[in-house]
Structures are given as structure tokens and as C-alpha cells.
Design a protein around this ligand. Structure first.
Ligand code: SF4
Ligand code: SF4
Length: 436
């Protein structure tokens, strides 16, 4: 058994409120500089939605279909980009129109405009060119629909027509999906780089771009199915999330985790069997979630610990793996799933899928959704987290419902209910508590 250690993150989507604090703190720390204006190493998307860059999930369908006809910003950015495109023509990559043109507002105008018949407006100004622009896109353009909860149906101030509309909207669903580089176990960006500039660190699996070696080919941008490598138009080098390695090395959390308002992110270390991973890569099956789970090893198993030491993993990292929630979430409990496992890059970032938005009143059983009454269709979640395997999602959601029911009964001190839940549940009590 050839064991590797991988720094990993788990995001519990049930808790994400879409506040974008993670993205903003990441930008302030890492990409608040020339050439990186449009980059969001961490971004938060509304689902369903086209995402950032647009249609990143539909690359097969839209292969070569990135918007090519840029104007404005791209002409400026592109003095260099266009020239490079001509020299090293690499067609399958998004352009600035697929991301967005970063803008600010002319706030001064609000205060200094001359008196007139109309309210002054703060027009959008490109952060790059300084020209007025018409804003057509942004990093989370498909924002939430909101306001569709059933409380409003009991509001005496609303007309029947308004209530009917709200009822229709109640069937609409949305959730937030924060995205970062997955620091994949099988990173397509590393494999694609002709200069050998992208590498996966041996000690923790963090994927980095060696800025000295990068020769601007941008094959990494085409290759990454998550579109999480960006091209800096100023210094003409590729850049990406560095998993805050300078902070990690100092014993600090990534800035997105530390600043997360919903406290949805858990960091940890997983141990995995690289031999198994290599064997699985050639499998043609679609049961990819189970394959990924198979590669992940129990850090408390004596054989695994011995093999990890033989593979050169330090005591420190083995201890970190033991105390990390990753193994429980991904394998033991099996409630954390990779994003688009069908991309076959084997992400080390995992997501606990969201339950439906909370239903009517918190004092009744209705507070806890049943698996066949979810607002977010299982089919939709399966397209995102299990390569279309609905059984996997159903299983995860059932477990999440058990956890919610258990914690609610515990909170109410209802011992009878607790016993009943445990009797009917596939999960042991200690696992339920780990999942909470
Ligand atoms: Fe590379 Fe993309 Fe995977 Fe990050 S998400 S390691 S950039 S392939
Ligand atoms: Fe979601 Fe946390 Fe980011 Fe807010 S800071 S959008 S809660 S992941």
C-alpha cells in the first residue's frame, strides 16, 4: 500500500448563506492586484445557474464554445492576451466575457451631480480601463430568488393573488455552491502543463503553479474541468488557489474557512492509497463516488498507520488525519461528496449536499423534510455530486434527515423519540453526533 497525505476541505452546503465573505477575504488576501481583478480563487455560485465562468459545467456540450468576440476590456487586457493567443493558439479556454469585466461605481456622481429632474445614478466604471461600461455579467449573476417561504402564506396583509404567486415560487429551489480549486488527487492541470510548472506537493498534496517556470501556455486553463486556473494578464502567468499554504504552514486555517460566516468549512487531512487510485483511473464504470471512497483510508487502522510511516508520512500528518473529520464525513458516514466526480480528477474538496430549504413551522414534524418531499430534486443533486447516481444522493439525504431528527429530539429532551430514531436508523449514535 502506497499511502499519501492530502490536505482536504469539507463544505456543508446546508449552512451556506451565500454571503460571499469567503470570496472577499480570499480576494483581499491573494488577488487584490493588477492582472487579477477578474479572478476569484474562491467564488460562490447560485445553483441552478450558469456559474463562473459561464457554463463551466457544460464543457462537453459547449466544447470550443466560449465567447470569443470580446470588446472593451479584452482589447485592453488583450494587447498581451491576443498576441499570446496568436503565438500559442489554445482555443478551448474562457475569455473575459465568460468571466466578467470587473467594475466599480462612480459614487462621487451621487453627491456632486447638479440639481435636475432625475435622481443621479452611480454608473459602472471598468476597474481596468476606467471607461463607463454596461454591466452584463458578474461572478454570481444568477443570484437567489428568495421570498418564497410559506410563512408569507399566513400573512393577513397579502392578497390571494400574491399568495398564489408565493405558492408557485415555493416550488422553486436554489442553493449556494462555494467553489475553489479542488487540489485534485489526479490533477488535470498538472498533467497538461508542457513546462512542468504546475506540481502537487508531496507532503500535503497542495497543487501550485511555479511562477518562474510558467511559460504562459495556458493548457492548464483548458484542462481544469472546474475552470479554477486563471491567467494573469499583467504578468502573463497562470495562477490558482494555493490552499493558503503559507497560513497552513503556520498552523492557521485557510482564510475562507476562518472568515466563513456560516462556519460551513472543515479542514483536515485524508490518507489515501495511491496504488488503488491509479488502478481506478482506468475503470470505465460510473460508480465514481464509491471508487473515491475506496481510495480513502482509515487513519486509525494500525495497518494504514504502518504503511503511512513506510511511505514517509510524518507523525504530525498522521495525527492530523486521525483528528480530522474528513474520513468520517467522506467514508465512515458517507455524507460528503466530490463535485462532479465524473470529471475524474478526484477532488480533495468535498460537499455535504443541502437539504431542502426549511419548510413551514418549526414546531411541527414538517420542519424536517422527508426524502420524497424535498424541494431540491434528488436528480438535480445527483448531476452535481454523484455523476447522476441518484441512489447515492438519496442515501446521503436520508442520513442527513436522521441527523436532523435526532438533534431536534435531543434538543427537546424527547427520550422516546431519540430511542425510536436510533432503532430505525442505519446510523449509530456516535456517527450521528460526528455528523452534527
Ligand atoms: Fe488542477 Fe483544476 Fe483540480 Fe485545481 S481543480 S487541482 S486547478 S484540475
Ligand atoms: Fe457560504 Fe461561508 Fe462563503 Fe458565506 S463565507 S458564502 S456562508 S462559504
Amino acid at each position: 500500500m502506497d499511502v499519501r497525505a492530502q490536505f482536504s476541505m469539507i463544505l456543508n452546503l446546508e449552512k451556506c448563506i451565500g454571503c460571499h465573505t469567503c470570496s472577499v477575504t480570499c480576494k483581499n488576501m491573494w488577488t487584490n492586484r493588477k492582472g487579477a481583478e477578474y479572478m476569484w480563487w474562491n467564488n460562490v455560485e447560485t445553483k441552478p445557474g450558469t456559474g463562473y465562468p459561464k457554463r463551466w459545467e457544460d464543457q462537453e456540450k459547449y466544447k470550443g464554445g466560449w465567447i470569443k468576440t470580446d470588446n472593451g476590456l479584452s482589447l485592453k487586457i488583450g494587447g498581451k492576451l491576443k498576441l499570446l493567443s496568436k503565438i500559442f493558439y489554445n482555443p478551448d479556454q474562457p475569455t473575459v466575457r465568460n468571466y466578467y469585466e470587473p467594475w466599480s461605481y462612480e459614487y462621487e456622481h451621487l453627491f456632486n451631480a447638479a440639481d435636475g429632474d432625475y435622481q443621479p445614478t452611480a454608473r459602472a466604471i471598468s476597474e481596468i480601463t476606467g471607461d463607463y461600461i454596461e454591466v452584463k455579467s458578474g461572478p454570481n449573476w444568477d443570484d437567489d430568488l428568495s421570498g418564497s417561504d410559506e410563512y408569507a402564506l399566513n400573512d393577513p396583509n397579502l392578497s390571494d393573488e400574491e399568495k398564489k404567486l408565493i405558492k408557485e415560487l415555493s416550488t422553486v429551489f436554489m442553493f449556494y455552491l462555494p467553489r475553489l480549486c479542488n487540489h485534485c488527487l489526479n490533477p488535470a492541470c498538472v498533467a497538461s502543463c508542457p513546462s512542468g510548472a504546475i506540481y502537487k506537493r508531496g507532503e500535503d498534496g497542495i497543487v501550485l503553479v511555479n511562477q518562474e517556470k510558467c511559460k504562459s501556455w495556458r493548457y492548464c486553463i483548458s484542462a481544469c474541468p472546474y475552470k479554477k486556473v486563471y491567467f494573469n494578464w499583467n504578468n502573463v502567468k497562470s495562477e490558482k488557489c494555493i490552499f493558503c499554504y503559507p497560513r497552513i504552514e503556520n498552523g492557521e486555517a485557510t482564510i475562507c474557512s476562518q472568515s466563513c460566516v456560516g462556519k460551513i468549512r472543515s479542514l483536515g487531512v485524508i490518507l489515501y492509497d495511491v496504488d488503488k487510485l491509479t488502478a481506478i483511473l482506468t475503470e470505465n464504470d460510473t460508480n465514481l463516488v464509491d471508487y473515491i471512497r475506496e481510495c480513502i483510508l482509515d487513519p486509525k487502522d494500525e495497518d494504514v498507520i504502518r504503511a503511512a510511516k513506510e511511505s514517509g508520512i510524518s507523525e504530525e500528518w498522521i495525527t492530523a488525519a486521525k483528528s480530522s473529520p474528513a474520513y468520517s464525513y467522506v467514508k465512515e458516514l458517507g455524507i460528503a461528496l466530490p463535485l462532479h466526480p465524473e470529471f475524474r480528477t478526484f477532488p480533495s474538496v468535498f460537499y455535504v449536499p443541502p437539504l431542502s430549504p426549511i419548510l413551514p413551522t418549526i414546531d411541527t414534524e414538517d420542519y424536517i423534510p422527508e426524502v420524497d418531499k424535498l424541494r431540491i430534486p434528488i436528480k438535480y443533486l445527483s448531476k452535481i455530486f454523484s455523476a447522476g447516481n441518484e441512489k447515492i444522493i438519496k442515501d446521503v439525504i436520508e442520513k442527513l434527515i436522521v441527523v436532523r431528527k435526532y438533534m431536534r429530539a435531543k434538543m427537546l429532551g424527547d427520550k422516546e423519540k431519540l430511542a425510536e430514531i436510533l432503532k430505525n436508523s442505519k446510523l449509530e449514535e456516535d456517527l450521528i453526533l460526528k455528523a452534527y
